[in-house]
Design a binder for this molecule. Sequence first.
Ligand code: TYM
Length: 331
Amino acid sequence: MRIFSGVQPTGRKHIGNYIGAFEQYVAGQALGEAIYCVVDLHATTVAYDPATLRRDLYDLVAVLLAAGIEPERSILFRQSDVAEHTELQWLLMSATAYGELTRMTQFKDKSAQQEFISAGIFAYPVLMAADILLYQTGQVPVGDDQRQHLELTRDVAQRFNSRFGETFVVPEGTYPEVGARIMDLQNPERKMSTTGGSPQGTVYVTDDPEVIRRKFRGAVTDSGREIRHGADKPGVSNLLEILAAVRRSSIAALEQEFEGSGYGDLKLAVGEAVAAHLAPVRERYALLRADEQGLEQTLAAGAQRARAIASETMRAVRAAMGVGPAGPDER
Ligand code: TYM
């Protein structure tokens, strides 16, 4: 079974990415052939600075390796190193409806923040579908905010298969049981995010342990005193989700443990648990990040392996669509 996921090299990665996605990536390595892609082409669809993009990309690759992605076991590569991604994106555009893309909530949210709305940001979900379908992916570990993109990918694959013949595996999204949508600590009605989040409410993977504890101490909680998970308690629910994810325990067990405790106790406990959880990651990160050449070598080796799979899929796609010369068995 093949597992594929992608992550944008923009800004610093936070515990939403870590809990929602990266921990699933690491676990995925034991379940099948895992392929992880740093999607730099996606990052060019909004206003950005080229030098910062490259720096952020190395930061991200070092975080992924520090989190436990093993490049000998999995394929870790940079999207722009494998040209098949953009070729497949173009071909899939014809199997994607304009109306579908206009309904994407991430397109609506992200384009509202831009002065210049690029055609790239509109076509973004098609590049994401290409990323996934290129590798005949069975499972896509992602956070909750990618659900709609995953559904679109499935629809495009099914439409392509019925129009041109069985070509793509139709992938399934997989979402973590707890922590699929980590919220901003200062504004628990909004997801934690690289763009548009509050600085004190966003906990970065490479934050100093003391900074992590401080951000949790300052987390916004709710009215009342009871520590329980529920729609009327977004702040407390978010803290419980984070603690359940890092301790690998259930929300119910935590509700029992914290019965009678105050919000302050919960905030301290979560801050401590997250700081301890991320401390070794931060140490490994510092070592890995210092060796950019080593990171490039890892990416180059990953790209070579990715290309071998991607080019095979593209042969089938071109043949199915009648693009390029006929293959030996079609003449
Ligand atoms: P990106 O780079 O925004 O986020 C990477 C992963 O982190 C998850 N995530 C979260 N999970 C829980 N709580 C949060 N607050 C939170 N914020 C982010 C995301 O769900 C994601 O899994 N379009 C994708 C990148 C992409 C991709 C792909 C993903 C491109 N091609 C192919 C899967 C397969 C994105 O922008 O993720």
